[in-house]
Design a protein around this ligand. Sequence first.
Ligand code: SAM
Ligand code: FES
Length: 347
Amino acid sequence: MKKLIDKLYKARSLTREEYKELIDNRNPELADYLFERARAVRIENYGHDVYMRGLIEFTNYCKNDCYYCGIQRSNSKVQRYRLSKKQILECCLIGYELGFRTFVLQGGEDPYFTDEKLVDIIHSIRASYPDCAITLSIGEKSYESYKAYFEAGADRYLLRHETADPNHFNRLHPRELSLERRKQCLYDLKEIGYQVGCGFMVGSPYQTTDSIVEDLLFIKELNPHMIGVGPFIPHMQTVFANEDAGTLELTVFLLGIIRLMLPSVLLPATTALGTIDPKGRELGILAGANVVMPNLSPISVREKYSLYDNKICTGDEAAECRHCMQGRIESIGYKLVTSRGDHISIL
Ligand code: SAM
Ligand code: FES
């Protein structure tokens, strides 16, 4: 199996059969070998730097009903909230003073935030923070909407494809959502000029090695700037309440593979990874990840943006999260940096 890792290291890709073989035959020794290679590749590209993004969860209203997601529209137990433009700008100010140079506006697909309102918010952040990157993570929109946000000053867009296997996609989402549409959105975003992030959950219900291989092949084809990969974690008010969570072991193995496939990709060690294991994010960094996304949302709304159970850091002020993160990153010999942290191709 080490030969497959060597091949991946050199060729940056494997065949469908080879990915499957590598994933199905993984073991701790092989994982260590993979991570060593993945770290070498990330150090070649980004040194020991870890970029931080300030996450602002500005609405938990959503018109979608993704079966895995705690804030899906049919969860009537969620206390819904929206942040005002003023509140969003306050989050940015707090973040800026703490050294954040990327703000990630994330939310459900909330029709209240029309294009007009979003463009106004993006314009205001752009005007106040010309040296910061603005990332959006607000789901599927039309080409025109994506273009309007880009022209208003947004730089990056995160839209996980969730799974590149169409049958699997349909088991995770109601009929009104389709993989085809999701992929089209990603291609639209790329064409407009965004730095684009796709991604998927590890261990989501009905996921198989074949569907993971499909994800890897799609990622290689799309060649995104960022990839969000974190474990699925059940939410007690969803139909997947009794499903198992994804594992740390498989998640970090896939982070290692992805680092070898796309050496310069921006790859977060996600909050979900930190939720399933107290050292999850550190282990993600040691497997090749190079981004962390501490929360800048006001504490009063944190618990309400509950995508899955037991989400960490819901009670900590932004400053606490930032300093906690710095300690964690330094404890493993890496450095939390305050630059925008663009993809190498943009510099
Ligand atoms: N509405 C936007 C979208 O769909 O891209 C952004 C918000 S959505 C909640 C962000 C991501 O959360 C999703 O892409 C999904 O992968 C992740 N997520 C949702 N439910 C989850 C769960 N139960 N476990 C782990 N991740 C989850
Ligand atoms: Fe819309 Fe989760 S179902 S954010």
